[in-house]
Design a protein around this ligand. Structure first.
Ligand code: ADP
Length: 319
Protein backbone atom coordinates (compact mmCIF):
# COMPACT_ATOMS: atom_id res chain seq x y z
CA UNK A 1 0.00 0.00 0.00
CA UNK A 2 1.50 3.31 -1.11
CA UNK A 3 -1.32 5.85 -0.65
CA UNK A 4 -3.74 6.13 2.22
CA UNK A 5 -6.44 8.59 3.28
CA UNK A 6 -7.72 9.77 6.64
CA UNK A 7 -11.03 11.33 7.71
CA UNK A 8 -12.92 12.18 10.88
CA UNK A 9 -16.63 11.48 11.09
CA UNK A 10 -19.63 11.68 13.41
CA UNK A 11 -19.49 13.58 16.69
CA UNK A 12 -16.18 15.34 17.20
CA UNK A 13 -13.99 14.56 20.18
CA UNK A 14 -10.88 16.16 21.70
CA UNK A 15 -7.85 14.21 20.54
CA UNK A 16 -9.11 13.61 17.01
CA UNK A 17 -6.48 16.08 15.79
CA UNK A 18 -3.75 14.17 17.58
CA UNK A 19 -4.97 11.00 15.84
CA UNK A 20 -4.96 12.69 12.41
CA UNK A 21 -1.44 13.93 13.08
CA UNK A 22 -0.30 10.45 14.06
CA UNK A 23 -1.78 8.90 10.91
CA UNK A 24 -0.19 11.50 8.66
CA UNK A 25 3.23 11.51 10.31
CA UNK A 26 3.43 7.73 10.70
CA UNK A 27 2.47 7.23 7.06
CA UNK A 28 5.05 9.73 5.83
CA UNK A 29 7.67 8.23 8.15
CA UNK A 30 7.17 4.93 6.36
CA UNK A 31 7.32 6.52 2.90
CA UNK A 32 3.59 6.47 2.13
CA UNK A 33 1.61 9.26 0.55
CA UNK A 34 -1.23 10.42 2.76
CA UNK A 35 -4.39 12.34 1.88
CA UNK A 36 -6.59 14.35 4.22
CA UNK A 37 -10.30 14.17 3.50
CA UNK A 38 -12.28 17.15 4.78
CA UNK A 39 -15.89 16.90 5.98
CA UNK A 40 -16.23 13.22 6.82
CA UNK A 41 -18.06 10.92 4.40
CA UNK A 42 -19.78 13.93 2.76
CA UNK A 43 -16.37 15.36 1.90
CA UNK A 44 -15.26 11.98 0.62
CA UNK A 45 -18.24 11.68 -1.74
CA UNK A 46 -17.65 15.25 -2.92
CA UNK A 47 -13.93 14.67 -3.47
CA UNK A 48 -12.65 17.09 -0.80
CA UNK A 49 -9.35 15.28 -0.80
CA UNK A 50 -5.93 16.85 -0.51
CA UNK A 51 -2.40 15.51 -0.33
CA UNK A 52 -0.90 16.18 3.12
CA UNK A 53 2.69 16.77 4.10
CA UNK A 54 4.34 16.91 7.53
CA UNK A 55 3.38 20.57 7.93
CA UNK A 56 -0.30 19.91 7.16
CA UNK A 57 -0.72 18.58 10.68
CA UNK A 58 1.60 21.01 12.46
CA UNK A 59 0.33 22.77 15.59
CA UNK A 60 -2.79 20.67 15.96
CA UNK A 61 -1.85 18.11 18.62
CA UNK A 62 -3.13 20.37 21.41
CA UNK A 63 -6.33 21.53 19.74
CA UNK A 64 -9.84 20.24 20.37
CA UNK A 65 -12.31 19.61 17.56
CA UNK A 66 -11.02 18.27 14.26
CA UNK A 67 -9.10 20.18 11.60
CA UNK A 68 -10.57 17.76 9.04
CA UNK A 69 -14.09 18.82 10.09
CA UNK A 70 -16.80 16.30 10.67
CA UNK A 71 -20.25 15.72 9.22
CA UNK A 72 -23.19 13.38 9.25
CA UNK A 73 -23.89 12.01 5.79
CA UNK A 74 -27.15 10.24 4.95
CA UNK A 75 -26.10 9.56 1.35
CA UNK A 76 -23.17 7.50 2.58
CA UNK A 77 -25.56 5.04 4.21
CA UNK A 78 -26.66 3.94 0.71
CA UNK A 79 -24.71 1.61 -1.56
CA UNK A 80 -24.66 4.29 -4.29
CA UNK A 81 -23.07 6.77 -1.87
CA UNK A 82 -20.47 4.25 -0.80
CA UNK A 83 -19.56 3.40 -4.40
CA UNK A 84 -19.25 7.11 -5.22
CA UNK A 85 -16.85 7.44 -2.28
CA UNK A 86 -14.72 4.57 -3.59
CA UNK A 87 -14.66 6.20 -7.05
CA UNK A 88 -13.26 9.37 -5.49
CA UNK A 89 -10.61 7.44 -3.55
CA UNK A 90 -9.57 5.61 -6.72
CA UNK A 91 -9.27 8.91 -8.62
CA UNK A 92 -6.47 9.85 -6.22
CA UNK A 93 -4.96 6.36 -6.25
CA UNK A 94 -5.76 5.93 -2.55
CA UNK A 95 -5.72 2.27 -1.51
CA UNK A 96 -6.65 2.34 2.17
CA UNK A 97 -8.53 4.61 4.56
CA UNK A 98 -8.33 5.43 8.27
CA UNK A 99 -11.70 6.45 9.72
CA UNK A 100 -11.62 8.24 13.07
CA UNK A 101 -15.06 8.35 14.68
CA UNK A 102 -17.77 6.55 16.62
CA UNK A 103 -19.82 3.46 15.91
CA UNK A 104 -21.79 5.10 13.08
CA UNK A 105 -18.53 5.96 11.37
CA UNK A 106 -17.36 2.37 11.93
CA UNK A 107 -20.51 1.17 10.11
CA UNK A 108 -19.36 3.24 7.15
CA UNK A 109 -15.81 1.88 7.33
CA UNK A 110 -17.20 -1.63 7.47
CA UNK A 111 -19.39 -0.99 4.42
CA UNK A 112 -16.42 0.27 2.36
CA UNK A 113 -14.33 -2.72 3.42
CA UNK A 114 -17.13 -5.05 2.30
CA UNK A 115 -17.04 -3.35 -1.12
CA UNK A 116 -13.35 -4.31 -1.29
CA UNK A 117 -11.85 -1.04 -0.05
CA UNK A 118 -9.76 -1.63 3.12
CA UNK A 119 -10.52 0.65 6.06
CA UNK A 120 -9.29 0.77 9.64
CA UNK A 121 -11.41 2.34 12.39
CA UNK A 122 -9.96 4.48 15.18
CA UNK A 123 -12.42 4.99 18.08
CA UNK A 124 -12.95 8.71 18.59
CA UNK A 125 -15.92 9.75 20.72
CA UNK A 126 -16.36 11.27 24.16
CA UNK A 127 -19.02 8.66 24.94
CA UNK A 128 -16.58 5.74 25.43
CA UNK A 129 -19.27 3.48 23.95
CA UNK A 130 -17.28 1.38 21.49
CA UNK A 131 -16.62 -2.31 22.20
CA UNK A 132 -13.08 -3.63 21.68
CA UNK A 133 -11.44 -0.80 23.59
CA UNK A 134 -11.46 0.25 27.22
CA UNK A 135 -11.08 3.90 26.23
CA UNK A 136 -12.06 5.99 23.24
CA UNK A 137 -10.26 9.16 22.19
CA UNK A 138 -11.90 12.18 23.86
CA UNK A 139 -13.42 10.39 26.84
CA UNK A 140 -10.72 11.43 29.29
CA UNK A 141 -10.83 15.08 28.21
CA UNK A 142 -14.62 15.15 28.49
CA UNK A 143 -14.35 13.68 32.00
CA UNK A 144 -11.95 16.39 33.01
CA UNK A 145 -14.33 19.04 31.69
CA UNK A 146 -17.22 17.48 33.61
CA UNK A 147 -15.24 17.13 36.83
CA UNK A 148 -14.25 20.78 36.64
CA UNK A 149 -17.95 21.69 36.40
CA UNK A 150 -18.95 19.32 39.22
CA UNK A 151 -16.29 20.76 41.52
CA UNK A 152 -17.51 24.29 40.85
CA UNK A 153 -21.14 23.34 41.32
CA UNK A 154 -20.24 21.60 44.58
CA UNK A 155 -18.92 24.92 45.95
CA UNK A 156 -22.24 26.65 45.40
CA UNK A 157 -24.27 23.57 46.40
CA UNK A 158 -22.47 23.54 49.74
CA UNK A 159 -22.79 27.30 50.34
CA UNK A 160 -26.53 27.30 49.64
CA UNK A 161 -27.25 23.84 51.03
CA UNK A 162 -28.80 22.73 47.77
CA UNK A 163 -29.18 19.55 45.80
CA UNK A 164 -27.88 19.80 42.26
CA UNK A 165 -28.72 17.53 39.38
CA UNK A 166 -26.02 17.54 36.71
CA UNK A 167 -26.99 16.14 33.31
CA UNK A 168 -24.06 14.86 31.29
CA UNK A 169 -23.66 13.50 27.76
CA UNK A 170 -22.94 9.93 26.68
CA UNK A 171 -25.86 9.08 24.36
CA UNK A 172 -26.91 5.56 25.38
CA UNK A 173 -23.81 4.94 27.47
CA UNK A 174 -23.29 5.82 31.13
CA UNK A 175 -19.50 6.01 31.17
CA UNK A 176 -19.23 9.79 31.39
CA UNK A 177 -21.77 9.91 34.23
CA UNK A 178 -20.21 6.97 36.04
CA UNK A 179 -16.58 8.07 35.96
CA UNK A 180 -17.27 11.76 36.59
CA UNK A 181 -19.80 10.92 39.30
CA UNK A 182 -17.34 8.69 41.12
CA UNK A 183 -14.51 11.21 40.74
CA UNK A 184 -16.78 14.07 41.81
CA UNK A 185 -18.11 12.29 44.88
CA UNK A 186 -21.71 12.37 43.63
CA UNK A 187 -24.32 11.06 46.07
CA UNK A 188 -26.20 9.34 43.23
CA UNK A 189 -25.25 8.39 39.68
CA UNK A 190 -27.91 7.44 37.15
CA UNK A 191 -26.79 5.50 34.08
CA UNK A 192 -28.78 3.78 31.33
CA UNK A 193 -27.09 0.42 32.00
CA UNK A 194 -28.65 0.22 35.47
CA UNK A 195 -32.33 0.72 36.29
CA UNK A 196 -32.57 3.51 38.78
CA UNK A 197 -34.96 3.53 41.69
CA UNK A 198 -36.10 7.04 42.58
CA UNK A 199 -36.94 5.83 46.09
CA UNK A 200 -33.32 4.81 46.62
CA UNK A 201 -32.24 8.32 45.64
CA UNK A 202 -34.82 9.74 48.04
CA UNK A 203 -33.51 7.52 50.85
CA UNK A 204 -29.97 8.66 50.19
CA UNK A 205 -31.05 12.30 50.31
CA UNK A 206 -33.00 11.75 53.52
CA UNK A 207 -30.06 9.95 55.14
CA UNK A 208 -27.69 12.76 54.32
CA UNK A 209 -30.20 15.36 55.62
CA UNK A 210 -30.39 13.31 58.84
CA UNK A 211 -26.67 13.55 59.39
CA UNK A 212 -26.80 17.28 58.76
CA UNK A 213 -25.56 17.31 55.21
CA UNK A 214 -27.92 19.45 53.22
CA UNK A 215 -26.22 19.54 49.83
CA UNK A 216 -25.98 16.76 47.29
CA UNK A 217 -24.82 16.14 43.77
CA UNK A 218 -26.75 13.79 41.51
CA UNK A 219 -25.21 12.99 38.13
CA UNK A 220 -27.63 11.86 35.41
CA UNK A 221 -26.57 10.43 32.06
CA UNK A 222 -28.59 11.91 29.19
CA UNK A 223 -29.51 8.35 28.16
CA UNK A 224 -31.54 7.89 31.39
CA UNK A 225 -33.71 10.99 31.59
CA UNK A 226 -33.36 14.74 31.48
CA UNK A 227 -32.15 16.44 34.63
CA UNK A 228 -35.46 18.29 34.88
CA UNK A 229 -37.44 15.02 34.83
CA UNK A 230 -35.46 13.75 37.83
CA UNK A 231 -35.84 17.13 39.50
CA UNK A 232 -39.62 16.98 39.06
CA UNK A 233 -39.79 13.45 40.47
CA UNK A 234 -37.89 14.53 43.58
CA UNK A 235 -40.10 17.59 43.99
CA UNK A 236 -43.24 15.45 43.72
CA UNK A 237 -41.96 12.81 46.13
CA UNK A 238 -40.35 14.83 48.93
CA UNK A 239 -40.92 18.45 47.98
CA UNK A 240 -37.20 19.15 47.65
CA UNK A 241 -36.18 22.00 45.35
CA UNK A 242 -33.23 21.02 43.21
CA UNK A 243 -31.17 22.96 40.71
CA UNK A 244 -30.51 21.42 37.32
CA UNK A 245 -27.34 21.98 35.33
CA UNK A 246 -27.09 20.65 31.79
CA UNK A 247 -23.46 20.67 30.77
CA UNK A 248 -24.14 20.19 27.03
CA UNK A 249 -21.66 20.66 24.23
CA UNK A 250 -18.88 22.10 26.35
CA UNK A 251 -18.15 18.42 27.04
CA UNK A 252 -17.11 17.92 23.42
CA UNK A 253 -14.54 20.70 23.26
CA UNK A 254 -11.27 21.75 24.79
CA UNK A 255 -7.62 20.92 24.57
CA UNK A 256 -7.12 17.14 24.82
CA UNK A 257 -5.57 15.73 28.00
CA UNK A 258 -2.20 13.99 27.95
CA UNK A 259 -4.03 10.67 28.13
CA UNK A 260 -6.09 11.43 25.03
CA UNK A 261 -3.12 12.76 23.07
CA UNK A 262 -1.02 9.69 23.83
CA UNK A 263 -3.93 7.34 23.15
CA UNK A 264 -4.70 9.10 19.85
CA UNK A 265 -1.04 8.98 18.80
CA UNK A 266 -0.78 5.25 19.55
CA UNK A 267 -4.08 4.30 17.92
CA UNK A 268 -3.52 6.47 14.83
CA UNK A 269 -0.04 5.01 14.30
CA UNK A 270 -1.28 1.44 14.72
CA UNK A 271 -4.04 2.04 12.18
CA UNK A 272 -1.41 2.95 9.59
CA UNK A 273 0.60 -0.17 10.41
CA UNK A 274 -2.47 -2.34 9.88
CA UNK A 275 -3.08 -0.84 6.44
CA UNK A 276 0.60 -1.36 5.59
CA UNK A 277 0.20 -4.99 6.64
CA UNK A 278 -2.76 -5.21 4.25
CA UNK A 279 -5.23 -5.68 7.09
CA UNK A 280 -8.45 -3.85 6.31
CA UNK A 281 -11.74 -4.14 8.17
CA UNK A 282 -10.04 -3.78 11.56
CA UNK A 283 -10.68 -1.42 14.45
CA UNK A 284 -7.92 -0.48 16.87
CA UNK A 285 -8.36 -0.14 20.62
CA UNK A 286 -6.60 -0.23 23.95
CA UNK A 287 -6.97 -3.04 26.48
CA UNK A 288 -4.87 -3.00 29.67
CA UNK A 289 -2.56 -0.45 28.05
CA UNK A 290 -1.87 -2.72 25.06
CA UNK A 291 -2.90 -1.58 21.58
CA UNK A 292 -5.13 -4.24 20.06
CA UNK A 293 -7.20 -4.67 16.92
CA UNK A 294 -10.40 -6.53 16.12
CA UNK A 295 -12.70 -7.10 13.15
CA UNK A 296 -14.90 -4.00 12.78
CA UNK A 297 -17.83 -6.32 12.05
CA UNK A 298 -17.32 -8.12 15.38
CA UNK A 299 -17.16 -4.85 17.26
CA UNK A 300 -20.34 -3.63 15.62
CA UNK A 301 -22.10 -6.84 16.63
CA UNK A 302 -21.06 -6.47 20.27
CA UNK A 303 -22.78 -4.38 22.90
CA UNK A 304 -20.88 -1.82 24.90
CA UNK A 305 -20.84 -2.43 28.63
CA UNK A 306 -19.88 -0.25 31.57
CA UNK A 307 -17.78 -1.31 34.52
CA UNK A 308 -20.54 -1.97 37.03
CA UNK A 309 -17.92 -2.32 39.80
CA UNK A 310 -17.48 1.44 39.62
CA UNK A 311 -21.18 1.93 40.27
CA UNK A 312 -21.09 -0.40 43.27
CA UNK A 313 -18.02 1.41 44.58
CA UNK A 314 -19.61 4.83 44.18
CA UNK A 315 -22.63 3.63 46.17
CA UNK A 316 -20.38 2.31 48.91
CA UNK A 317 -18.45 5.56 49.12
CA UNK A 318 -21.41 7.92 49.06
CA UNK A 319 -23.43 6.51 51.94
P1 ADP B 1 -20.60 8.46 15.19
O1 ADP B 1 -19.57 7.98 14.25
O2 ADP B 1 -20.07 9.49 16.14
O3 ADP B 1 -21.32 7.31 15.87
P2 ADP B 1 -22.92 8.83 13.44
O4 ADP B 1 -23.68 7.70 14.03
O5 ADP B 1 -23.66 10.07 13.13
O6 ADP B 1 -21.71 9.28 14.36
O7 ADP B 1 -22.24 8.29 12.11
C1 ADP B 1 -21.40 9.15 11.34
C2 ADP B 1 -21.62 8.88 9.87
O8 ADP B 1 -21.27 7.52 9.57
C3 ADP B 1 -23.05 9.01 9.39
O9 ADP B 1 -23.43 10.33 9.12
C4 ADP B 1 -23.00 8.19 8.11
O10 ADP B 1 -22.45 8.91 7.05
C5 ADP B 1 -22.05 7.06 8.48
N1 ADP B 1 -22.85 5.87 8.86
C6 ADP B 1 -23.58 5.69 9.98
N2 ADP B 1 -24.24 4.52 9.97
C7 ADP B 1 -23.94 3.93 8.78
C8 ADP B 1 -24.29 2.70 8.15
N3 ADP B 1 -25.13 1.83 8.73
N4 ADP B 1 -23.76 2.43 6.94
C9 ADP B 1 -22.92 3.29 6.34
N5 ADP B 1 -22.55 4.47 6.88
C10 ADP B 1 -23.03 4.80 8.08
Amino acid sequence: MKKIGVLTSGGDAPGMNAAVRAVVRKAIYHGLEVYGITGGYTGLINGNIEKFDLGSVGDIIHRGGTMLLSARCEEFKTKEGQLKAIEQLKKFGIEGLVVIGGDGSFQGANALTKHGFPCVGVPGTIDNDIPGTQFTIGFDTALNTVIDAIDKIRDTAQSHERTFIIEVMGRNAGDIALWSGLAGGAESILIPEDDYDINEIVDRLKNSYKRGKKHSIIVVAEGVASGSEISKQLKDLIGVDTRVSILGHMQRGGSPTVFDRVLASRLGARAVELLMEGKGGRAVGIINNEIVDNEIATILAEKHSVDKNLLVLSKELSI
